[in-house]
Design a protein around this ligand. Sequence first.
Ligand SMILES: Cc1ncc(COP(=O)(O)O)c(C=O)c1O
Length: 451
Amino acid sequence: MYRYPESHVHYRKLTREYPRIVRGEGCWLEDEQGRRYLDAVGGAYVVNLGHGNARVADALSRQARQLAYVSGTAFTHGPAEELAAELARVMPSGLDKLYFLSSGSEAIEAALKLARQFWVESGKPGKHKIIALTPSYHGNTLLALSASAREAYRALFREWLVDVRRLPAPYAYRCECGGSQANCPVCSGAALEDLIRREGADSVAAFIAEPVGGSSTGVAVPRPEYFQRVREICDRHGVLFVADEILVGVGRTGRWWAIERAGVAPDILVFGKGITSGYAPLSGFATSERVLDVLMRGSGALLHGQTHSFHPVACAAGLATVRQLQEERLIERCARLGEQFHRKLASLRGRPHVGDVRGIGLLAGIEFVEDQGSRAPFPRAAHFAETFQQAALDAGLVVWPNSGQADGVNGDLAMLAPPYIVTEPELDEIVTRCSAALEATLKALNAGVRS
Ligand SMILES: Cc1ncc(COP(=O)(O)O)c(C=O)c1O
């Protein structure tokens, strides 16, 4: 085991021990002791093609040998041109201009800057406010964190964050209406219009949201009408709609983009995570000529740029990933296996402290509660999500824990997002190991042990 301060690595958590992983194959990871872990979340919703994919690895290595780096300010190259063309073909209508970066947070920053710059160069410099949902997560750099309703990450840096206006997320399990009323202002999207009116449409630049809630709501799936309503409201009030598809895009929900469920297109669509299946860091955003022509006639360039934007090797990994998703029809497979996955996961419903099990495609959230009737969460001090994550790891299963979704502080989730190449027996194994982890978690909590 590896831990601080015995190693020179500044670990993400200084208080825990880390197994050293030496290889990955398909949905499985192996540590140096030969222990195998079933990776039920692709690391962090990233490894959509599975571990050890030779085709993507070869594409990376070929590109590194041919041309590893040129600056995007001076040159273009094959991988950026071809990846942009491939993505333009599968993007929602009109979003056929692609900008590439490295992390999701950077792409969110750049997309929000574009929204602001669009309005300034359209002659509306008063439009600067951003509206975002709560709960939500859009990244960890300061503008992306400003847009995120994740109190635990924000509190220390509050003075450095910009003021982002908040709208309750369409999160049926925790909405007063319980998701049962089509005309609920929160679940229908109508509340966005009230907020824009209150703020003054001439001051609002953008509304940013995940088309399906990712880790911050444990896969709250809004009604398809929600984003139809959002689109109409944004059009009516001249607000750009930014869809954050970093977690839920690139096929994860069984469609190329989660927003397709609503049959509408955002003004800017941001992607990351699974776009290279983890073989290189790549993110980006797509937008339309309608938006970029304003900059073309104005300043001539987005006021953003980073050394590794349009990185040839990362773009080559993206291109190989996109081609494999298409040629092997893996997004269709994700949709098909997703249905089976949710049928299998339903066996966890009703188990002690399981409040809800929900999801879409190969993306699922298990929400734990102290009391199933009232939906009251465990107190944060119980560290239910973290204890479950550790129990899962002990059972050889990798899940993603999350907390705070119930009221900003309390609330426990375990998230699942297996690679699209997962097999049916592996899906069964995920459910079996989740069930064992739940039992172990309850035992640990009763014994007063927590992670
Ligand atoms: C919805 C969403 N947006 C943005 C981000 C930030 O991406 P990154 O961690 O690559 O900066 C994440 C990361 O988890 C995310 O889930």
